[in-house]
Design a protein around this ligand. Structure first.
Ligand code: SAH
Length: 245
């Protein structure tokens, strides 16, 4: 196998959160295929690349996945250095492994490069520790959005004692709220909703499980946003503020 595709995480938005490895891949890239949640500012690291937008929103409306696969294959077989750039981490709700499997099956080597996923970046930027000694012994990343209508095990999530970080949840607030309440989570469980995490236009809205839908409505919460649900979402993290002051 000589042809190779780099599957690279572009991080949550702030270009300074790119990894050095991602910068190196962009330096060398000849073809860069980007998703729409990627901040175009990261493309300043490209030297001689042809940039192709293949996002589901944005300019190129709904590029079919099969078409993206074929494009990557075609350029890789031409011997080009192909970078597939995805928002956050390529393997967190990013279809990274699906694309890697498909490319491997077609004889193309894949190198994955981590990115900082939006849920972790958003929480940390807001001073929310997703794990906290004596408060949250773990963190669970979930999406409320499914292709096949299968359902999450909400009661298990509600009672897990871990912090929940929900991706793609803005249009599903009612379902998330009802399911967690029905699953036994406290109505006053703290919730933080973080929009445009790590970007200059980042906004955060703090609420409780019971009130989150109304709060999001009043706040006019928009995608992309992540929800942090758990005791830690009440954390202002005064220690961090004190350090930076
Ligand atoms: N692979 C990406 C996630 C892609 S799924 C990652 O690791 O971050 C798309 C969802 O990610 C959005 O609906 C939203 O929930 C979340 N998301 C991506 N970028 C975000 C950002 N800058 N701020 C808040 N949420 C974001």
């Amino acid at each position: 196998m000589s042809a190779k595709v780099w599957l690279v995480g572009a991080g949550p938005g702030d270009p300074e959160l790119l990894t050095l490895k991602a910068v190196k891949a962009l330096n060398q890239a000849e073809i860069v295929m980007i998703d729409d949640l990627v901040n175009p500012a990261v493309l300043e690291h490209c030297r001689n690349a042809r940039i192709m937008s293949v996002g589901k929103r944005g300019g190129c409306r709904s590029t079919p996945q099969a078409f993206i696969h074929r494009l990557m294959l075609r350029y890789a077989r031409q011997g080009k250095c192909v970078v597939r750039l995805k928002g956050g981490d390529p393997c967190i709700f990013g279809r990274g492994s699906e694309e890697a499997d498909w490319l491997n099956e077609h004889g193309i080597e894949v190198e994955m490069v981590n990115g900082i996923t939006a849920g972790l970046a958003g929480a940390t930027n807001c001073g929310i520790p997703l794990t906290l000694r004596g408060v949250a012994r773990g963190v669970t990343l979930v999406t409320a959005h499914t292709q096949d209508d299968s359902s999450l095990n909400w009661p298990a999530l509600a009672q897990s004692g871990t912090t929940l970080v929900v991706y793609m949840g803005v249009a599903k607030l009612s379902e998330i709220r009802e399911s967690l309440l029905a699953g036994g989570m406290r109505a006053d469980m703290p919730v933080a909703m973080i929009e445009n995490a790590s970007l200059p236009q980042q906004r955060e809205c703090r609420s409780s499980l019971a009130a989150m839908q109304q709060a999001a409505h009043d706040f006019q919460l928009k995608s992309p946003a992540i929800l942090v649900i758990g005791e830690v979402a009440a954390q202002p993290n005064m220690q961090l503020a004190a350090i930076s002051a």
